[in-house]
Ligand binder design. Structure first.
Ligand code: UD1
Length: 425
C-alpha cells in the first residue's frame, strides 16, 4: 500500500508526525513477524512525504522537522507565498505531476490550510486509468466548522471534507456538522487528535528547552529548583485581527492591563511582523527592551510589558505554553493544546470551530473588542479547576487512522471497485 501525505504550513507538521510514526510501527510489526496467523496478511506501507513549501522559512518549517523528528520530505514543491488563488493554483499544478508519477493508493491531507484544499481537489479529479480510478482521500481534522465563511480556512474545511472519502474527526461537533451537511457517517471516524498525540509525545522533552531562561522568565536552570515567574503567552496571525490597524490596536489595548501585571511573551508570525512595521506600532513600551528585529534578547530578569520574539520552534513553544499563567491567541490549534495542558486560554476571535475547548476545556471566546478581551483575561486569570479531556485525545489517534486506512484499502481491493466520486449521502 502506498500512502502520500501532504504538509505545507506550520500547523500541519505536528499533525502529520505521529501518523508517520504509526506507519513505521506498522511496518516494523510486519518485519518482526508480529501479526497473528489469523490476521489477513497485512501489507507493508510505502510512505511518501510531500511538502508543498507554503511555509518555507526555517522558523516556520525547517525547525519543526528537527523538533518533531520528521523525515526529510521526499518531494518538495517549493510553492512559497502568494495570493490565495496564486498559491493554491501553484500547489495544484505541481501536485498533479507528483500524483501522476507516484500513483498512491491513498492521499492524506490535514487541517485547513491552502495546501490541504489544493491537494485534496487535485486528488478528487485525478484519473489513473480509463475506469477513472484514483487514490482514497483521507482528511485528518475533518468536520470542524466556525460557520464563518469569511475565514479562508472555513472554505478550505468545507471543500476538503466534501471531496474526501475518509473523514477523521477530532471532536463530537465534527460528527454533527458532517451529518448535517449530508456526508455519510460511514465514512466518518472520531479518532481523536493527532496534534494532541504529538503534544503528549513531546511534553516531557519540552522541559529540556532553555527558552524560559533565554527570555528571563527563570533565573537559572529548572533542575536546580528555580521557579518560572508568572507570564502570559500571546499569538496573533489571523488576517481579520492583524490586517486592520484599528482591529489590531483594539486587541492590544485589551492586553494593556495584563501587560502591566506580567510579561506578555509574543512570538510574532511573519504576517504580523509585517503589519507591525507597516502600521508603525511601538510594542516595546514596557520595561522589556526586546529588539524590533525579533532576535531573542536575554534580559537580566523579565519585567512586565509585551516582549516580541521570532516565531519559536515546537519544543520551545510547548515549553512556554506549559508554564504560562494564561495564553491569549487567535490560533485554532493552540485552543486545543491549552485544553490538553489545562492552561487558561482566551481566544481573540468571535467564534471557534473547536467548541469542545470551550464546553469541556479551558478556552473562552472573547471577541476582539478591548473591553471584552480585558474582561475575559481577568476571568481566566482567576480560573481554577481542571478541564475534561475530550474523547480519544489519548495519544492514539494516529494509530487508529493507520488501522482504518489499512482496512479501507483492503476492502477496496477485495471489492475490485475503482474509487470514483461517490454521492454525498
Ligand atoms: C497559514 C494558514 C493558516 C494557519 C497559518 C499558520 C491558509 C489559508 N492559512 O496562514 O490557516 O493558521 O498558516 O501560520 O493556508 N511567510 C514567511 N515565511 C514563511 C511563510 C509565510 O515570511 O515561511 C509570510 C509571507 O509574507 C506570507 C505570509 O507570511 O505572505 C502569510 O503566509 P501564508 O502561507 O499566506 O498564510 P499564513 O498567514 O501563514
Amino acid at each position: 500500500m502506498k500512502i502520500l501525505t501532504i504538509v505545507g504550513a506550520r500547523p500541519n507538521f505536528m499533525k502529520v508526525a505521529p501518523i508517520i510514526v504509526a506507519i513505521n510501527k506498522h511496518n516494523g510489526r510486519i518485519a518482526a513477524g508480529a501479526f497473528e496467523r489469523s490476521e489477513s496478511s497485512p501489507e507493508t506501507i510505502q510512505h511518501v512525504l510531500v511538502h508543498t513549501g507554503q511555509h518555507y522559512d526555517d522558523l516556520m518549517s525547517g525547525s519543526f522537522f528537527n523538533d518533531l523528528n520528521l523525515p526529510k520530505p521526499d518531494v518538495h514543491l517549493g510553492v512559497g507565498s502568494g495570493s490565495h488563488a496564486a498559491q493554491t493554483a501553484e500547489i495544484m499544478k505541481k501536485f498533479e505531476e507528483v500524483l501522476l508519477a507516484e500513483k498512491p493508493d491513498a492521499v492524506i491531507v490535514v487541517g485547513d490550510v491552502n495546501s490541504t484544499i489544493g491537494c485534496a481537489l487535485v486528488t478528487s479529479k485525478i484519473s489513473f486509468d480509463s475506469s477513472g480510478s484514483r487514490p482514497m482521500i483521507a482528511h485528518v481534522e475533518a468536520g470542524l466548522r466556525s460557520f464563518d465563511r469569511s475565514m479562508p480556512e472555513e472554505i478550505n474545511r468545507i471543500v476538503t471534507d466534501h471531496v474526501s472519502d475518509l473523514l477523521f474527526v477530532t471532536e463530537h461537533s465534527g460528527l454533527q456538522n458532517l451529518h448535517k451537511e449530508g456526508i455519510s457517517l460511514g465514512r466518518v471516524h472520531l479518532v481523536g487528535n493527532t496534534m494532541i498525540d504529538s503534544l503528549l509525545t513531546f511534553k516531557d522533552k519540552a522541559e529540556e528547552s532553555t527558552i524560559c531562561e533565554k527570555l528571563g522568565l527563570r533565573k537559572g536552570r529548572a533542575e536546580n529548583g528555580n521557579p518560572v515567574r508568572p507570564y502570559a503567552l500571546l499569538t496573533l496571525h489571523r488576517p481579520s485581527n492583524v490586517d486592520s490597524r484599528d482591529g489590531f490596536l483594539s486587541i492590544l489595548a485589551g492586553l494593556e492591563e495584563l501587560a502591566k501585571e506580567v510579561p506578555v511573551i509574543f512570538p510574532v508570525h511573519p504576517r504580523t511582523r509585517q503589519r507591525i512595521k507597516e502600521f508603525g506600532l511601538d510594542l516595546h513600551a514596557g520595561p522589556i527592551a526586546a529588539k524590533s528585529n525579533g532576535n531573542l534578547e536575554t534580559p537580566e530578569y523579565a519585567g512586565a510589558g509585551i516582549m516580541l520574539t521570532d516565531p519559536l520552534g515546537y519544543l520551545d513553544f510547548l515549553c512556554l505554553m506549559k508554564h504560562a499563567a494564561i495564553v491569549v491567541t487567535d490560533s485554532g490549534g493552540i485552543q486545543e493544546e491549552t485544553t490538553c495542558l489545562g492552561i487558561p486560554c482566551v481566544t481573540v476571535r468571535d467564534n471557534t470551530e473547536r467548541p469542545v475547548t470551550v464546553e469541556s476545556g479551558t478556552n473562552v471566546i472573547a471577541g476582539t473588542k478591548k473591553e471584552k478581551v480585558q474582561e475575559a483575561i481577568r476571568r481566566q486569570m482567576r480560573r481554577t479547576g481542571s478541564a475534561a479531556m475530550p474523547k480519544n485525545w489519548d495519544g492514539r489517534a494516529a494509530a487508529r487512522i493507520v488501522d482504518i486506512l489499512i482496512q479501507a484499502h483492503s476492502a477496496r481491493n477485495s471489492s475490485h471497485q475503482p474509487l470514483v466520486p461517490q454521492s454525498c449521502v
